[in-house]
Every structure is written in C-alpha cells, then in structure tokens.
Design a protein around this ligand. Structure first.
Ligand code: PDD
Length: 285
C-alpha cells in the first residue's frame, strides 16, 4: 500500500508530508471515515460520504472533494482486494498555535490511504469476541467522527492487558458502544436491541445495513440503550463496524453470552449483510 493521497496529489507514502501547525495534529480538529473494501470494491461509500459531510458541517469545516474518486483511485493504485480506505479532513494549517481558528477560508488538509486487511475470513467470526466494560469518558459529541481517539486507544490497550478483545463503554449502567464499533444484543425473546441514534454513539454505516437485514429476517428491532445486565442475559450479542462488519460477542465482563458460542442469528445477519453490500454497485450503495 505505497500510494497515498494528499491535497490533490497521489504520492508514495514516504513523500506525503503535512505541517506541524495543522489543526488536526494540534487540536484533533479533524474528521475521518474508514470504508471497507471487499473484492476490490468500496462498501457503502454513499453512506460514508453522507456521514463525512455531516461531520464536516457540525464542525463548520469547509471541504469539498470527490471522495469516491479519491477512494477508488487508491484502491486501483494499490491493487487492493480486501481491506479499507481511510479518509481524513482537518481544518487546515495555521500560522501559529491558537485555539480560535482563522477565517473560514483556510484550506483544509485532506489525505487518504489504503490498508490491506482480512475482513471476510477473520478468525474471530468463529470464536467470537470477549469484551469487558469500562466507563465512557469521551466527550459528549460522539456522533461526530473526529480523530480524538485517545480514550478509545487507551481502552483497547486495557482490553489487551486484560487478555480480551475489546471494551464496551458504559454510561451509568447503560452500554453506549464499543471503542470502535456499535454494540447490539438479541434478547432471549428474540428482540434485537441497538442504541438509538443520539450524541452518545457514532451513527454507524454498518449498523444501518445490519438493521435492514435484521428487519428482513423478521426480527423485532428496538432502538434504545440496553443495560449491562440485559447484555449479560442476552441470547446473542455482536458488534458492527466497517472493519469487523458483523462480529459475534461471546463474553461480557467474564460472563458467557448464551451458550458461549457465536449466535446463530448473528451469523445469519452477517451472511445476509455480506450478500447485500456486495450486490449493490459501490457508486450507488
Ligand atoms: N470505527 N462507533 C465508533 C466509536 C467507531 O469508531 C466506529 C467505526 C463505529 C462503527 O461505524 P461504521 O459501521 O460506520 O464503521 C461505531 C472505525 C472502523 C475506526 O475508527 O477504525
């Protein structure tokens, strides 16, 4: 994955340089998207662009680019079959460090790169994820996909130290989401429960298609927060994200979920999700 994109140019990654006065570096004044690539095709690009434009709008960052073409060019240039494209937009470069930003005509810094990763044959699909819960200490605009990811990184390190796969964050007794995934459960009576869209979670692109598949399987869907106890007593649990797609969870805080094996309905949702996203041409899905 040698070729990257920076402000209009495609460059070898060692030649892509940005200023130390970029607000993305100094203030995490930047937003991003991670788009999965399967069989050389971008998955759900239109929804990713819509979310990117919303994030930019919420922070009044003026940036326009042909996000689809940049991403497609990176896939082609790097001959990427499976993995992801990362797109980042910062408010741009200042003359000196200053909290307030200058007039809105600052040129944004736009960069993107491709990364190879196994998505479909991920061995975690068969064994399921083990999760611990920790307090959600992030800022209160988690609906904006900013690059302020230090807390998520700290939590991933904590999960690794505890010998598990990841962390679900809790606000009081309620689960908000995973460090870099949305969290969902299927209750004993067959109801799929997924946190409602509000400022405490990222509106996941994968979550939208997952819910569509769940509804077509005639599962009842409730969009609301669920408690740690509800999660522990659920029949199935899983996460959604562009890199894990639909991934089963088999343990929460040392408590086995269902029979401790990846859930059957979760597996079916994953299968149907993969079929659906690959059927739609990337420019229109
Ligand atoms: N993370 N919640 C958070 C906090 C996330 O960072 C992500 C994505 C999601 C899932 O969103 P989507 O289905 O649109 O990928 C939910 C990406 C993959 C990342 O930061 O690497």
């Amino acid at each position: 994955m040698e070729t990257v994109y920076l402000n209009g140019d495609y460059l070898p990654k060692s030649s892509a340089k940005i200023s130390i006065f970029d607000r993305g570096l100094l203030f995490a004044d930047a937003v991003y998207e991670v788009v999965s690539v399967i069989n050389g095709r971008l998955i759900d690009m239109v929804r990713h662009i819509a979310r990117l434009e919303r994030s930019l709008g919420e922070l009044s960052i003026n940036a326009f680019a042909d996000w689809s073409s940049i991403s497609e060019n990176l896939v082609a240039e790097n001959d990427l079959r499976e993995g992801l494209v990362y797109l980042q937009v910062s408010r741009g470069v200042m003359d000196e460090r200053e909290y307030r930003w200058p007039a809105p005509d600052t040129a944004p810094t736009i960069f993107a790169f491709a990364q190879s990763r196994v998505l479909i044959e991920n061995p975690m699909v068969d064994r399921g994820m083990r999760i611990i819960t920790r307090p959600d200490l992030r800022w209160q605009r988690c609906d904006i996909k900013t690059t302020q990811l230090l807390y998520a990184s700290l939590m991933k390190m904590e999960a690794m130290a505890a010998g598990v796969d990841d962390v679900w964050m809790r606000q009081g007794d309620m689960i908000s989401e995973g460090t870099s995934q949305n969290a969902h459960i299927i209750s004993e009576d067959g109801v799929l429960i997924s946190h409602q869209l509000d400022r405490s979670i990222l509106p996941g692109v994968t979550r939208i298609e997952m819910l569509a598949q769940a509804l077509s399987m005639e599962l009842t869907v409730e969009e609301r927060a669920f408690s740690i106890d509800e999660a522990k007593n659920a029949a199935e649990a899983f996460v959604t994200s562009s890199t894990l797609l639909i991934m089963p969870v088999v343990e929460i805080d040392g408590h086995q979920i269902g029979d401790g094996q990846p859930g059957e309905r979760t597996g079916k949702i994953r299968q149907n999700y993969l079929a659906a996203v690959q059927r739609v041409p990337s420019r229109t899905n």
